[in-house]
Design a protein around this ligand. Structure first.
Ligand SMILES: *[C@@H]1O[C@H](CO)[C@@H](O)[C@H](O)[C@H]1NC(C)=O
Ligand SMILES: *[C@@H]1O[C@H](CO)[C@@H](O)[C@H](O)[C@H]1NC(C)=O
Ligand SMILES: *[C@@H]1O[C@H](CO)[C@@H](O)[C@H](O)[C@H]1NC(C)=O
Ligand SMILES: [Mg+2]
Length: 307
């Protein structure tokens, strides 16, 4: 097998020769979760041992996911259930990013936030001291398009947050649309814009980008995106951890979110082939996004360091 990658002189396959250079120059590892740490509800081989080794060598670990359906607290529980000790403070999901974005712009606490999305967003809004509306609560609401029907919405909603929502409906779309179109200065925030995602093992399903696009369509507005690959999350991480991006390594399984996010921020990047991207996709001439390194899975770091 030839590992050379066209158009990219700089992408190297991780091996026992170059792993030390990566390891020594990196102080913090940023991990995407799905396809890197786990696949659905299954931990990927060798992850606990690798994380433990990195921790024991004083590396900071940060887990970044664009999945907004859970809060940091719920993600910490998921890690725990899978047998990996990770604290809430080490987790950055896009639901949390949405709440932190509102904080960063001093969004007034007395204004409300309408949510198209799942529990994670509402939980993070609450932790941040904001009042969220919608989300799962509006999941089975219906509208009747009959004469003289007037849809009322809360005029104190100052922001609409849109993420993946398997219970999206016409009620929620009208609610969000009215807030954005009629409430003066109402913000439109997207957790992420992924086109599709593996909601089940066997198929890909419409991702958050689909819900976001629906609201773009009705409002003719573009959102502020707070998850990968936007820079908001990275700026936030930099401020919180005070580590230069050149001393960070983004580890992910997707070129267009993870690796792009890392490259944009000036991090080192490591693509793992344990998720959605395979070697042929990386090497395909149509690909324009190159990581610094690539390898099969996260535990290769441990394997190569030991050999
Ligand atoms: C997001 O997380 C939820 C809860 O863990 C999971 O059910 C869902 O499959 C995830 N979505 C994607 C696209 O990974
Ligand atoms: C989040 O991004 C990962 C890749 O980083 C992707 O596999 C997944 O589908 C995305 N999840 C959501 C909820 O969009
Ligand atoms: C690699 O991924 C591409 C795009 O997702 C897919 O079309 C192709 O069949 C995969 N190749 C292999 C060898 O699995
Ligand atoms: Mg992933």
């Amino acid at each position: 097998m030839e590992d050379a990658i066209e158009n990219s002189a700089t992408t190297e396959r991780l091996c026992s020769k170059n792993v030390k250079a990566l390891f020594d120059t990196v102080e913090a590892f940023l991990f995407d979760c799905d396809g890197v740490i786990w696949k659905g509800d299954k931990l990927i081989d060798g992850v606990p041992q690798t994380l433990e080794m990195l921790r024991s060598k004083g590396k900071k670990l940060i887990f970044v996911t664009n999945n907004s359906t859970k809060s940091r607290k719920k993600y910490a529980k998921k890690f725990q259930m899978l047998g990996v000790t990770v604290s809430e403070e080490e987790i950055f999901c896009s639901s949390f990013a949405a709440a932190m974005y509102l904080k960063s712009i001093n969004f007034p606490q007395e204004k409300k936030v309408y949510v198209i999305g799942e529990e994670g967003i509402l939980e993070e809004l609450e932790v941040a001291g904001y009042t969220g509306l919608g989300g799962p609560d509006d999941g089975d609401k219906r509208v009747q398009l009959k004469p003289n029907f007037m849809f009322n919405h809360d005029k104190s909603v100052g922001a609409v947050v849109v993420g993946l929502d398997q219970y999206i409906n016409y009620y929620k779309l009208q609610y969000a649309t009215l807030c954005i179109r009629e409430n003066p200065g109402c913000l439109f925030i997207a957790t992420n814009r992924d086109a599709v995602g593996h909601m089940t093992d066997l198929q890909e399903w419409p991702g958050a980008g689909c819900m976001v696009a629906a609201v773009c369509g009705s409002t003719q507005k573009e959102p502020v995106v707070v998850g990968k690959p936007s820079t908001f999350l990275m700026d936030f991480l930099l401020e919180r951890f005070c580590i230069d991006t050149s001393k960070m390594c983004m580890v992910g399984d997707r070129l267009d979110t993870d690796i792009l996010f890392g490259n944009n921020a000036g991090c080192k990047t490591l693509l793992v082939l344990s998720g959605v991207t395979n070697l042929s996709a990386l090497q395909d001439p149509s690909n324009k996004i190159y990581p610094d390194y690539y390898t099969g899975k996260v535990s290769d770091i441990l394997k190569f360091l030991g050999s």
